[in-house]
Design a binder for this molecule. Structure first.
Ligand SMILES: [Zn+2]
Ligand SMILES: [Zn+2]
Ligand SMILES: [Zn+2]
Ligand SMILES: [Zn+2]
Length: 333
C-alpha cells in the first residue's frame, strides 16, 4: 500500500489486545451440541445418505474447545496433539518439545499434527465481532484474530476525559461534535499535503486512503476499498510558542507505519515597503504516530513529540485561534 517511501522504521509496540473469541456468536439459530467431537457440535439436520447439507448452523457450548490447551489463544493451523488427544498451537508445541511430554496429561509423547482440528477451525465461519458496527465479514475461526486487529469497523473509545463512548469512526465524529462540542474535523486524502486550520484544543484529522485492485494507492472513485485513519491533533498555547501533538485513534495493521508531516511557513515583507522581503520562516516535522491507548486522556508530554512553532515565527493572525498549517498523512507498509 502506498508509495515506498523507505523501509519501515519502527513496528508498533503493541496493538490493542485481541478480544477473546466467542464462537457462540454464530448468528443463526444455533443448536448446541455438547459431547460432540471437540465440542464443535453436530449438524442440526442431516441430509439423506450420501448427501451433505451445504452449510449448517453450529453451536458451541465450550469456547475453550477451540483454544490452545496451553496458551488459551484461538487455535489456528498448524495444530498438534499428544497421544491422548490434548491439542496445542504451533508456538506452544515448540516450547513444550524440549520437555518431551504433554502439558496436560504429563505422558511422554511426541506431538503430532492434528489435521481434523485444523480442518475444523478452517471450516467454522463466524461473523466479525464488529457486525453491530457495520462489518459484514464472515470469517474462518482461525482467521478471526488477524481480521479483528485490522477490521475497518472496529469501534474506538472517545479520548474525552472520563467519557466512555465507544463507536465506529463515523459515530465518533458525530459524538465529538454533539457531545463535546469539538467542531474541528478535517477530511483529507492520505499522501497529499493539505492546508488545515487547527483550533486550540482537540482537532480531528480524518485521512482516507483508497486502494485499487493492483494494491497500488489511488484516490479516485474507481477503487475498491478505502482505509480510514482518525487522528487527534491537540493544540496548546505556551507562553512563547504554539505546540501541536498528534495521536492516532484506532487500530492499524501491524505492518503499517503512520507518519504525520506538519509544516508551517511564513514570509514577511516590510509593512512600509510592500515588495521588500524581510524574512522567511519555515518549520517542518515528520512525526511517527505511535498506536497508543488515549481513551483515558492524552499521554504526558514526555511520551509525544510536539510540533512547536515559536510565537516569534507566527504571523499575527496565527497568534490567535486558529492556527493554519499544512498537513500530510503518510502510510508506510
Ligand atoms: Zn498455544
Ligand atoms: Zn496429553
Ligand atoms: Zn470486521
Ligand atoms: Zn466522548
Amino acid at each position: 500500500m502506498g508509495p515506498a517511501t523507505g523501509p519501515v522504521a519502527k513496528r508498533p509496540k503493541r496493538g490493542r489486545p485481541p478480544q477473546s473469541v466467542k464462537p457462540e456468536a454464530v448468528p443463526s439459530p444455533a443448536s448446541a451440541s455438547p459431547g460432540s467431537a471437540a465440542g464443535a457440535g453436530n449438524t442440526e439436520k442431516k441430509g439423506s445418505p450420501g448427501q451433505r447439507p451445504v452449510s449448517t448452523a453450529v453451536g458451541l457450548e465450550d469456547p475453550g474447545a477451540l483454544e490452545c490447551g496451553s496458551c488459551s489463544l484461538p487455535l489456528k493451523p498448524e495444530i498438534y496433539q499428544c497421544s491422548e488427544g490434548h491439542v496445542v498451537c504451533s508456538p506452544c508445541r515448540d516450547k513444550l518439545a524440549p520437555a518431551g511430554k504433554c502439558h496436560v496429561c504429563g505422558i511422554a509423547t511426541d506431538l503430532h499434527r492434528c489435521h481434523a482440528m485444523e480442518r475444523l477451525v478452517k471450516s467454522i465461519r463466524i461473523p466479525c465481532p464488529n457486525a453491530a458496527h457495520g462489518c459484514g465479514a464472515r470469517l474462518a475461526y482461525c482467521d478471526l484474530d488477524g481480521h479483528h486487529q485490522t477490521c475497518p469497523h472496529a469501534p474506538h473509545r472517545c479520548p474525552g476525559k472520563d467519557c466512555g463512548f465507544l463507536g465506529s469512526t463515523e459515530a465518533l465524529m458525530d459524538h465529538f461534535t454533539g457531545a463535546h462540542g469539538w467542531p474541528s474535523t478535517t477530511k483529507i486524502s492520505a499522501f497529499e499535503t493539505h492546508d488545515i486550520c487547527l483550533y486550540d484544543g482537540f482537532n480531528f484529522l480524518f485521512a482516507y486512503c483508497a486502494e485499487d485492485d493492483d494494491h497500488g494507492t489511488t484516490t479516485t472513485a474507481t477503487t475498491t476499498t478505502t482505509s480510514r485513519y482518525l487522528f487527534l491533533l491537540n493544540v496548546t498555547r505556551q507562553p512563547f510558542s504554539c505546540a501541536i501533538t498528534v495521536h492516532f485513534i484506532g487500530r492499524r495493521s501491524p505492518s503499517e507505519v503512520l507518519r504525520c508531516v506538519l509544516s508551517y511557513s511564513r514570509v514577511v515583507y516590510d509593512p512600509l515597503e510592500q515588495q521588500k522581503f524581510l524574512v522567511s520562516h519555515s518549520l517542518k516535522s515528520e512525526i511517527n504516530v505511535e498506536c497508543m491507548d488515549i481513551s483515558n486522556g492524552l499521554p504526558g508530554a514526555a511520551n509525544c513529540f510536539p510540533f512547536v512553532v515559536p510565537n516569534s515565527g507566527l504571523g499575527d493572525h496565527d497568534k490567535k485561534d486558529p492556527i493554519r498549517l499544512k498537513a500530510c498523512i503518510n502510510i508506510i507498509s
